[in-house]
Ligand binder design. Structure first.
Ligand SMILES: Cc1ncc(COP(=O)(O)O)c(C=O)c1O
Length: 495
């Protein structure tokens, strides 16, 4: 498998083309770092997820998790592809309305909502406010009463489902900060059954992000079905929806070139790849068997299944173009072995040891070749917080062999701004493989950069936030976000 995706990511005359647009020309015209998103790819990903509606025997509603990337042009592309939205704050809610979504297309998550945010959600009649605690539920009731409206709500449960993803991305464990205990939720359905101002319509959970195993969706659906049944039996309420969250994985290691450089568990997570519709078919079949046993198939078939994926809709639709701004050669540090290929294993004291068994790729060297790019963790925060991997290629020499090892780092005045695991735990490859003799000025491309990148960006080091391009297919491209200027940097400073 390679990074190429026919009709979307290609090498033409040796250069990287995105939807038929020359990436290097875009970089020269708009400057780097530059995010390039593909509208056709967004449509494809949404169409792929919508197939879930064909394999479950109930209603189906797909909501894109806006927190993964919420530039208005992208939200519009998502809306035009026929997908609804999950938002996490008043700000995201306002953006959604601005992008043309209506209230009934919106699901409002989040665990520290302010009253103005609740008012906004209730006034706009959102499909569901996902409630995180009993305190929040009573606040919503009071707010709706004051507005003389009724609020659609759904209770978020914390059912203790473990996923083999990064600990910071796990969200269905008691140790995570999300959700309420199932017992609390069951009590709430009884207590608020006759409320004039609350429509308790559903229950919600989200297992985590980049879940490598499809089985967690069966586990999650079964848990939710059991909850639905108990709610019905204890309070007589027939739930309208069950929300199983997002979390489908994206294969960040499509190109096998560097796959051997990862520890096994990291590799398994980064290269996870399954068909969401297959996972949900399995889950539906399991839950339907339960419903037959309990003689409540009508209860199950009467619900709408909600999913709110972010990463699997947007991650592989975007590339981050970056220019090499500086280079240097350094003798190898004492604890830093030359690149030899294969797994870098960390010893007990954190010193990284090269695998002895794997033959060298690109040759061993006595020095490290460093490339300093203009894309740092200010725009790709996960590289630092989760040691996330984005595959790196040369956009100018995409067709050439990538086998020369470089140490690569971003521009920030911060030692953590590197493309390897600076803590020395070997979670990321120490070296990136690129064509030989890369010089300042060469444009590189970080792939699969669409999710949780610009959405988490900061102006750290007073760096200008980048422009965003949306390719439209047939070689067309549109600027959907301007690059920041100095005025943007100081817009809200008062002196
Ligand atoms: C509640 C909720 N829903 C949906 C998502 C989207 O997850 P993903 O981008 O992994 O699909 C998240 C992200 O972690 C989340 O917290």
């Amino acid at each position: 498998m390679t990074w190429k995706i026919e009709g979307f990511l290609e090498s033409r005359d040796g250069r990287l083309y995105i939807d038929g647009v020359d990436a290097v020309e875009l970089a020269r015209e708009y400057g780097t770092p530059l995010f390039v998103y593909s509208e056709p790819r967004i449509r494809q990903n949404i169409a792929r997820l919508k197939k879930i509606g064909d394999v479950v025997g109930c209603g189906f509603k797909l909501c894109y998790a806006a927190k993964a990337m919420s530039t208005l042009g992208v939200l519009r592309a998502v809306r035009d592809a026929g997908c609804d939205l999950e938002v996490n704050s008043g700000g995201e809610l306002l953006k959604a309305l601005k992008a043309g979504f209506s209230g009934d297309q919106l699901n409002f998550n989040g665990l520290s909502k302010e009253v103005w945010e609740l008012e906004l959600a209730i006034e706009n009649g959102v499909y569901a406010i996902q409630v995180d605690s009993l305190y929040e539920l009573s606040l919503i009731e009071q707010t709706a009463k004051r507005l003389n409206k009724s609020a659609n709500v759904s209770l978020r449960l914390v059912p203790e489902i473990e996923s083999a993803t990064h600990s910071g991305l796990q969200t269905a464990l008691l140790t995570s900060k999300f959700g309420m205990m199932p017992e609390e939720a069951f009590g709430a359905f009884v207590k608020y059954n006759d409320s004039e101002h609350l429509n308790l319509n559903g229950i919600h959970l989200h297992v985590g992000s980049q879940n490598p195993s499809p089985d967690v969706y069966t586990q999650a659906f079964e848990e939710m079905f059991n909850a639905l049944l108990r709610i019905y039996r204890e309070s007589g309420v027939r739930l309208k929806h069950i929300n199983l969250g997002g979390g489908f994985p994206v294969n960040y290691l499509r190109d096998r070139l560097q796959a051997d450089d990862f520890p096994a568990d990291e590799r398994e997570m980064f290269e996870a790849d399954f068909e969401p519709a297959d996972a949900l078919r399995e889950a539906w079949n399991a839950v339907r068997r339960l419903a037959e046993k309990e003689n409540v198939v009508d209860l199950l078939e009467g619900i709408t299944l909600l999913l709110e994926p972010g990463r699997s809709i947007i991650a592989d639709t975007a590339v981050c173009l970056t220019t090499v701004r500086n280079q240097k050669t350094r003798p190898l540090a004492q604890n830093s072995p030359p690149y030899q290929g294969g797994v870098a294993a960390a010893s007990a004291d954190g010193v990284v040891l090269p695998a002895e068994t794997t033959p060298p790729k690109g040759g061993t060297q006595n020095s490290d070749h460093w490339l300093l790019t203009d894309a740092g963790f200010n725009i790709l925060l996960s590289m630092e917080t989760y040691k996330w991997y984005y595959h790196l290629i040369s956009a100018e020499r995409a067709g050439e062999e990538h086998s020369f090892p470089y140490k690569v780092a971003g521009p920030l005045c911060d030692g953590g701004d590197v493309y390897f695991d600076v803590e020395g735990h070997g979670r990321l490859p120490d070296h990136r493989l690129l064509p030989e003799n890369i010089q300042p000025g060469e444009v590189l491309a970080l792939l699969n950069c669409g999710a949780y990148s610009l959405a988490q960006a900061s102006q750290y080091n007073a760096r200008y936030l980048p422009a965003v391009i949306l390719t439209k297919g047939n070689g067309k491209a549109e600027l959907i976000r301007k690059r920041d200027t100095f005025e943007d940097l100081i817009a809200n400073d008062i002196y």
